[in-house]
Each structure stands twice: as structure tokens, then as C-alpha cells.
Design a protein around this ligand. Structure first.
Ligand code: HEC
Length: 162
């Protein structure tokens, strides 16, 4: 029994070392200033602060990787959230979205923070400073609703193209 445990521990150690050879790719996509959120939407300093402390790591091309991203399997776990997050919403390519999509995303931003689904809870275990206060949520929702209203008004006024 003791021997079996030793073999199991050794096997785990070997696997742990072996997986370190499979590091994640941290290269960012090139960002075009014209495509960024700030190029078409007014983002005040308060909102900008909330987005950078709580959202941008997974929803922009400005991800800051913690040191343990270099330790697998943690890096794989982080990377899957980052890729998935960016696929759903990426502020660095915001202006490549059509108005309809922008309007929907702004609505979801408010819904996701109000229901506390975002920022992802696993992210908050370590990034304690990313936890949103009630007033942060209010600021973010107020901003998102205002910007959504502007885009919706623009869509209503746009000539109908058949
Ligand atoms: C640790 C990574 C991470 C952080 C930090 C994070 N998100 Fe997300 N976000 C995700 C992932 C992964 C998804 C897609 C899967 C899901 O919906 O759970 C997502 C989905 C979303 C969606 C849904 C988009 C859609 O198309 O359905 C919105 C909106 C969103 N996040 C907003 C935010 C906001 C706002 C913040 C900051 C307050 C934030 N997220 C912080 C990872 C993150």
C-alpha cells in the first residue's frame, strides 16, 4: 500500500513537470484604435476605472496575466476564460460590431453585473480589488443604459435599407 502511494505520487509529479512544457499563448491581437470602445462611445473616468479593474482582463486585448498563468494547469484554466470572454465581448474590437449587437451587449453588461454573474466569481477569489461595489454596479448600469439609448435612437432614425 505504501509503495502504491509512492508510485502514485511520483507519477503525479512527473505529469506535473511534463505539462509545464505546454505553456499558454499570451500574444495579444493587434488593436486598431478606431475599433476600440472609446473611439465611438463616451467612457468617463469612473466607468473606465471599473472596466479596467474588473473586466478588461477577459474582455479586451489588454489582458494582464498573473504569474501563475505560467504554472499549468492554472494557465489553461485562465486562458479558456479569457478566450471565451473575448469571444462574447471584446472592448478592443467594439466598433467591428453592428449597432444591433452593440445595443444587446450594453444591455447584457448591466444584466450580468446586476445578477453578479460578472466579473466571473472564480476571478474574484484572487482579484479582490475587482469586486464591484453597489455604487460601481450603479455607475456601470447607468452608463450602459445611456449608451444603449443613444445607439437605439440612432438605429430608429437610420433610413431603412431594403
Ligand atoms: C475572468 C474573466 C472574466 C472577467 C474578469 C469578466 N468576464 Fe464577462 N465573461 C467571461 C466569460 C468566460 C464569458 C462567457 C461565458 C459566460 O457567459 O459565462 C463572459 C460573458 C460576459 C457577457 C455576456 C456576453 C454575451 O454575449 O453573452 C457580458 C455582458 C460580460 N461578460 C460582461 C462583463 C463585465 C461588464 C465584466 C466586468 C464587470 C466582466 N464581464 C468580467 C469572462 C469574464
Amino acid at each position: 500500500m505504501k509503495k502504491a502511494l509512492k508510485i502514485a505520487a511520483l507519477a503525479l509529479a512527473i505529469i506535473f513537470v511534463a505539462i509545464q512544457f505546454f505553456q499558454i499563448d499570451k500574444t495579444e491581437e493587434q488593436t486598431d484604435a478606431k475599433e476600440m470602445l472609446e473611439a465611438s462611445v463616451r467612457v468617463g473616468p469612473d466607468v473606465s476605472m471599473i472596466l479596467s479593474k474588473s473586466c478588461n482582463d477577459c474582455h479586451s486585448n489588454k489582458t494582464v496575466y498573473p504569474w501563475y498563468a505560467n504554472v499549468q494547469p492554472f494557465g489553461w484554466f485562465l486562458k479558456s476564460h479569457i478566450d471565451d470572454g473575448k469571444r462574447h465581448l471584446n472592448f478592443s474590437v467594439w466598433n467591428t460590431y453592428a449597432d444591433k449587437k452593440k445595443s444587446k451587449k450594453l444591455e447584457e453588461i448591466c444584466e450580468q453585473v446586476e445578477s453578479k454573474e460578472m466579473p466571473l466569481p472564480s476571478y474574484l477569489w484572487i482579484h479582490r480589488d475587482a469586486v464591484l461595489s453597489d455604487s460601481d454596479r450603479k455607475t456601470l448600469c447607468g452608463w450602459a443604459n445611456e449608451q444603449k439609448g443613444k445607439i437605439d435612437a440612432r438605429m430608429e432614425n437610420a433610413p431603412i435599407v431594403n
